[in-house]
Write a protein that binds this ligand. Structure first.
Ligand SMILES: [Zn+2]
Length: 334
């Protein structure tokens, strides 16, 4: 009888050692997402070592159901949640949160600060840019108690946009139409007839769905990060003069809101590399030579002696630059 009991004990010990070895090898050789979460949920539910091993095996094969309690909030899970929310919206995030244990939208909001910028509806507007500078640039600067002034680089580029109209509830207007031609129609859903007139204009192509979003962002020399201050739906029929209008209105907004005194002066515009932007860039920022008087006299004394250096600038000595991405794209053999 003693021999039988000893045999059973030895058998249990060997099985436990085997489990331990399997567990150690599994953990050592694989990157199992949310391992700690799997184990803690299993232990909380009173799972046996065998059950835990089976859960681990399922996790290794990638077909484990996600624990439905305490979703993981590590940086990887937060990044996946953010990507899901941005690409597919809150409905898919809700579904994945329940099905796969992703953090919820509320958890995401607790882990990061969301910045909301006001997209332009209709033609370019000073008030929209003022609102965005206030929300995106000045408030974070004030909250972080940053007082050092920096030179500011304004960058402009386009991102592809899905061609469709969007209803904005806060002003009962239609967005998603190009800024250049939308002043021709009434964008507010005021009457049934005004809605029909909008549809008719779209059919007659006197007004267009925006194909791109022109985005202007500010960055400070010596600081990381960019601050988007303009989101302007654009069609493919804009001209260089329209781009010059964008430069002027944004610079006017920067001066008007007091950002020069709180953040710094605009020193440079970095534009896109396409033909329209190149023409508008040359017209706007190669219009006058660096002056030997006034605020630029100090730097003029240094730069004037450099043979071959381009001393042409725009208003307030703003210089022209091109987005490095487009320079590399143009020069790259690939
Ligand atoms: Zn248009």
């Amino acid at each position: 009888l003693e021999c039988v009991k000893l045999g059973q004990k030895l058998s249990n010990c060997i099985r436990k050692l085997t489990n331990y070895r399997r567990f150690a090898f599994a953990v050592a050789e694989s990157n199992i997402p949310r391992l700690k979460q799997f184990l803690s949920v299993g232990l909380r539910n009173g799972a046996s070592p065998h059950k835990l091993m089976n859960m681990l095996a399922d996790a290794l094969e990638g077909n484990a159901p996600a624990p439905n309690a305490c979703p993981s909030t590590d940086s990887r899970a937060i990044n996946i949640t953010l990507m899901t929310y941005i690409l597919s919206g809150r409905k898919l995030l809700y579904a994945l949160s329940h099905a796969n244990g992703l953090p919820s939208l509320r958890t995401l909001r607790n882990h990061m600060a969301f910045t909301r910028i006001m997209p332009t509806i209709g033609t370019i507007s000073l008030s929209d840019i003022l609102h965005n500078i206030q929300e995106v640039v000045l408030k974070p600067h004030t909250a972080a108690e940053r007082t050092t002034l920096h030179g500011v680089n304004l960058m402009v580029d386009e991102v592809a946009l899905e061609e469709r109209a969007v209803h904005f509830r806060h002003n009962n207007s239609v967005g998603g139409l190009c800024w250049r031609h939308s002043p021709l129609i009434n964008l507010v859903f005021s009457t049934y007839d005004s809605t029909l007139a909008l549809v008719k204009s779209l059919k007659e192509t006197s007004v267009h769905f925006a194909k791109e979003m022109t985005v202007v962002a500010a960055s400070c020399f010596g600081e990381s990060g960019t601050y988007p201050i303009l989101a302007l739906p654009t069609c493919k029929h804009v001209k260089a003069a329209d781009s010059c209008t964008i430069y002027e209105v944004v610079m006017d907004a920067w001066r008007t809101c007091g950002a020069v005194a709180k953040v710094g002066r605009i020193r440079r515009w970095s534009t896109d590399g396409d033909m329209i932007c190149r023409v508008s860039g040359y017209e706007a920022f190669l219009s006058q030579k660096l002056s030997s008087t006034g605020t630029s006299r100090v730097i003029h004394g240094t730069l004037a002696g450099m043979v071959g250096l381009n001393l042409w600038t725009g208003p307030e000595d703003v210089t022209l630059n091109f987005n490095v991405k487009h320079i590399f794209k143009r020069k790259s053999p690939f």
